[in-house]
Design a protein around this ligand. Sequence first.
Ligand code: CA
Length: 237
Amino acid sequence: MSAKILIVEDDRVTLRLVERLLQSRGYQVVGTPTAEGAIEHLEQAEFDLLILDVGLPGIDGITFCRELRAKWFLPVIMLTARSGSREKVEGLEVGADDYLTKPFESDELLARVRAQLRRARDYGVQPSRPDRIDLGDVVLDFTERDAVVRGRRAGLTRREFEVLAYLARDPGRPMPREQVFESVWGFAEEFNTNSLDVIIHRIRKKIEEDASRPRYLLTVRGFGYRLSDPAADASTA
Ligand code: CA
């Protein structure tokens, strides 16, 4: 199957050009003028590559790229306005895999796209989320974006699932409360401990046998949370 590419570019002419170019080479292409639009697409389908303009209305490319990294593992090529600019450095710092300065040649863009797709394949960089993470009685199902608890769907909301998905990126590792919050609410939102507490409580009610004595979603006192696999923890203890 051909690779699926998401393009975020608010300049209509550039967007159309890039879309047509990539389509002509057999790629599946989805274009959107805003980061907000891109988030909706990413939540609905899996993509192999993101081409991201830095200067966007609303959430800018730099902020978006940083937030993206908490949730999605796809390679990112950034489009920057000027060479040698601050944008380029910032883009790489927040996790872009490559950048291209506007205006660029078609061949140049195609070469970068091929290189990133090849790299993702060859080095086993996961171009998309895993299908499922198994924690014994609790299984995170990334296709359905829900947890399956002892064979039954937990019925998690989008935010509830995102909290678990964020912690599940590195099971067992404690994550600071602020980072858990940012991964779900984004950087634009001010850290709100009550919102996070409410979500954590709701998740526990849905996945734990006894929400007051959690075995999976554990509090790390004075720091944050970690996701535990009770079976694995017991065998290494
Ligand atoms: Ca722009």
